[in-house]
Design a protein around this ligand. Structure first.
Ligand SMILES: Nc1ncnc2c1ncn2[C@@H]1O[C@H](COP(=O)(O)OP(=O)(O)OP(=O)(O)O)[C@@H](O)[C@H]1O
Length: 626
């Protein structure tokens, strides 16, 4: 384990001979003992001067001295000194880093890692020093725009690196041109291998870092509040990648000039997207557009990005223009029921799969059930996402030829998008969530409120749960005392609201049309799906409850009902008054002379005749009827 020493003063006269070899090529060389261990003795690092400052800490230019009996090498390195963590958590981070170190070294698209050290209690990550970054290149160019062929080339290098990091279970979460470093062959490598991700779950001392694990201009909507609007997944990096590409294409940072709060409002609340410049090859434009889908499941994965960029590379001239129409955009033509082509292409049907008709995204019920349950018995030879499969349905002689995109695979009774409940309760996160993937061997990934990333487990741990969808009315269950999220009250109980949005982890965004709010007060609240129940006319037991439910539809219902009630009673009073005065006049005209005892007779006359009749019949003295 790395020894803790004081941060040395930046070296002013430090003599060394730099090792001139290309560390990229060292990947094939037998590693020396110090290379195998990620831990660097603090004394082996000599800090020279600070070259940058990021949200996670400072970056210093330094030298890494490695020596053994048969070698003595000095490497120029960039050392990222993270802000201090609590002591035991420092070791947690180092342990996480150790597990990934060798894997990261094998990834060509990631900057060459020298190792980790702990100096003065602060984590120091040493990486090969690169001469510049894509951000530096943008800054040097007039107008800032990089040539399209370079963007495609860098994009492919980077997407491969990100894809490999994903394959070892890491998310980068901090993709941006200043983290795209350029090596001596003008290839782009990632300067950040997922520090934000390694810091997940580690409480941070620095409040700035606690608020956002990423750089606001490049952060996906779910990244701002991953345990609420999440989960973060591979596609979270697709958003950051898209933002970086837009910056490389335009020379302008996405949301340039906006404050953090304004970016939050634009990206998370108003669902705005960075502007993509026109004139791009359609496949590139389409895939970048896909990176900015609000629902992360609708975004492309790195493999989709690589394929779109590679297909366009052939069509792009060295001057940045492009030819050919074969780069036709695939998304529009194969999107279905709210699913993008990228969503639909994440699962490939195989012969033997059980399938059923796909319901629209975030819908409770299927629109049609052409295939309630069937088995794939044949696949179209073409790999087009719009292709067809042959499905055998019980009771039908011939298999049906069905479009792939209208079907979903069902494994052990579960399909992607299903609402599921954990059989065993978990105190930290909601037990109810949405299924993001189900493998044929039963492995599943589920988004739950309260978790920043996907929950991984087996489908044997899950059972089906009731689905919620936009437009339904919900209320907190009566037995919920302290809800996960704040919730408005009405007449001493929980108010009822209407679902306006369902996040990919099942979190419900609920509006309250029945609540009149003033000024800046919010009328939208979040809900844990495990804590709410449906409210509909069927579930309202009596007339009063049914009327109260009508009030939930619009705040104007109650005042209107009151006004109508007042109006009706006024009309009734007037009409009763008229009847009475008419009768009185008739009585006077009859001149029976019983003016003195007219009280009793008068009493009867004041009442509408049916009521008076009843009272007389019941033998109630009329004097009591006042
Ligand atoms: N290995 C490296 N070689 C050369 N320059 C580097 C290296 N790593 C980082 N830099 C540069 O150091 C500067 C600061 O980097 P750093 O990554 O800390 O900050 P950042 O990118 O602004 O923020 P963040 O902390 O979010 O990554 C950037 O200009 C970056 O390009």
């Amino acid at each position: 384990m790395a020894e803790k020493i004081k941060v040395p003063e930046p070296a002013t006269s430090f003599e060394y001979e730099l090792f001139e070899g290309d560390p990229d090529h060292l990947r094939t060389v037998v590693a020396t003992p110090t290379q195998i261990s990620p831990c660097i003795e603090a004394a082996e690092l000599k800090l020279k001067h600070r070259i940058g400052r990021g949200i996670f800490g400072d970056v210093w230019l330094a030298t890494h001295h490695q020596s053994a009996d048969d070698f003595d090498e000095y490497h120029e390195v960039a050392v990222k000194i993270l802000h201090p963590l609590k002591e035991d958590l420092t070791q947690t981070f180092v342990y996480k880093f150790e597990k990934l170190f060798l894997k990261c070294r094998e990834i060509l698209g990631v900057g060459w890692l020298h190792g980790v050290s702990v100096m003065n209690g602060q984590i120091c990550i040493a990486m090969k020093f690169y001469e510049g970054s894509v951000a530096d290149r943008i800054a040097l160019l007039k107008g800032g725009k990089l040539p399209l062929p370079d963007i495609l080339r860098y994009g492919i290098d980077l997407a491969y690196g990100i894809q490999e990091l994903h394959s070892i279970g890491l998310l980068v979460l901090n993709l941006k041109p200043s983290n795209f470093l350029l090596n001596e062959h003008d290839q782009a490598v990632l300067g950040d291998f997922g520090i934000s991700y390694l810091l997940l779950g580690i409480p941070l001392l620095n409040s700035e870092m606690t608020l956002r694990l990423g750089t606001p201009n490049y952060m996906a909507p779910e990244q701002w509040e991953p345990d609420v609007r999440g989960p973060m997944s591979f596609e979270t990096d697709s958003w950051g990648f898209g933002c970086s590409m837009v910056e490389m294409l335009t020379g302008v940072q996405p949301w340039f000039g906006k404050s953090i709060e304004e970016i939050y409002q634009s990206v998370v609340i108003k669902k705005e997207k960075p502007q993509i410049p026109s004139g791009l090859p359609p496949a590139v434009e389409n895939v970048i557009k896909g990176c900015f889908e609000y629902d992360l499941r609708n975004r492309p994965l790195m493999e989709d990005i690589i394929s779109a960029f590679q297909s366009s590379q052939h069509a792009v001239n060295s001057d940045g223009g492009w030819v050919g129409l074969e780069n036709r955009a695939p998304a529009e033509k194969s999107s279905f029921g709210g699913y993008s082509a990228w969503y639909l292409s994440k699962d490939h049907l195989q012969v033997g799969d059980t399938v059923r008709s796909r319901k629209p995204l975030n819908a409770c019920k299927p629109q049609n059930m052409d295939v309630p349950k069937g088995t794939v018995v044949g696949l179209d030879s073409d790999t087009d996402r719009n292709g067809f499969v042959l499905v055998k349905i019980a009771g039908m002689h011939n298999p049906l030829r069905v479009q792939k995109s209208t079907l979903e695979r069902v494994t052990s009774g579960f399909a992607v998008g299903d609402w599921v409940r954990l059989k065993e309760k978990h105190s930290k996160h909601s037990p109810v969530g949405i299924l993001h993937s189900v493998q044929r061997d039963g492995d599943v990934a589920v988004g739950f409120v309260g978790l920043e990333t996907l929950w991984m487990g087996s489908c044997s741990e899950l059972q089906m749960a009731k689905a919620f969808c936009v437009g339904q009315f919900v209320r907190l269950k009566a037995d919920v005392v302290t809800p996960r999220f704040e919730w408005p009250r009405k007449r001493g109980g929980w108010a009822t609201g209407r679902i306006s949005q369902v996040f990919p982890n099942g979190c419900l965004d609920v509006g309250f049309p029945g609540r009149l709010v003033f000024g800046d007060e919010s009328n939208s609240f979040l809900a844990d799906p495990a804590e709410v129940e449906l409210v509909s006319f069927d579930t309202c037991p009596g007339v009063v409850e049914k009327y109260q439910h009508i009030e939930d539809f619009h705040w104007a219902v109650r005042p209107l009902a009151i006004a109508l009630g007042l109006f009706t009673s006024m009309k009734l009073t007037i009409s009763v008054g008229r009847t009475v005065s008419t009768k009185l006049r008739k009585g006077r005209r009859s001149g029976d002379g019983h003016h003195q005892d007219g009280q009793a007779g008068g009493n009867a006359a004041w009442l509408p005749s049916p009521v008076a009749n009843i009272l007389f019949k019941e033998g109630v003295p009329t004097t009591t009827v006042r």
